[in-house]
Design a protein around this ligand. Structure first.
Ligand code: MG
Length: 163
């Protein structure tokens, strides 16, 4: 038995904030606007896992209306989704993700981000793919006004009777 899940997210660029992407602080920025730490990549991955479990989305589990999630560490959202998966009898087979942004250039950070996501999810880094694209000036991402992330995940049954 397998389950597939898909997630996506988009955040406004905000130069006044610190960029946190895939759980990694990237000092050169630009940061992202959001209620939590605005980690667009971890939000997409978290939504993909919740989607595979048919458990709704990140906004249902961590509503922005709840002040306790202000500046929240999005790694906690992802850990919550992973715990939900394990509790229901599923293990993470792999993640494939893409971040669209004009800046910073992500190549130097890709393997650091993969390692960080793998640590949060307690899987091997070889199970975590992170890709980066630019958008050639074509939309809000291309104009440098936003970052966008998508993720797909595959969950595999880890015990009989996974729900
Ligand atoms: Mg988000």
């Amino acid at each position: 038995m397998m389950r597939i899940g898909q997630g996506e997210d988009m955040h406004h660029v905000d130069d006044a904030r610190t960029l946190v992407l895939g759980g990694v602080i990237i000092e050169e920025g630009p940061g992202l606007l959001g209620h939590s730490d605005a980690d667009v990549l971890l939000h997409a991955i978290t939504d993909a896992i919740l989607g595979a479990l048919a458990l709704g989305d990140i906004g249902l589990h961590f509503p922005a209306s709840n002040p306790s999630f202000r500046d929240a560490d999005s790694a906690d959202f992802l850990r919550h989704a992973m715990r939900s998966a394990r509790d229901a009898g599923w293990q993470l087979a792999n993640i494939d993700s893409t971040v669209r942004t004009e800046r910073p250039k992500l190549r130097p950070y890709i393997d650091i981000i993969r390692d960080r996501i793998a640590a949060i999810c307690e899987v091997e880094a070889s199970a975590v793919s992170v890709k980066a694209k630019t958008s050639e000036g074509l939309d809000a991402v291309g104009r440098g006004e936003a970052m966008f992330a998508t993720a797909v995940v595959l969950l595999a049954q880890s015990r009989p009777g996974a729900t």
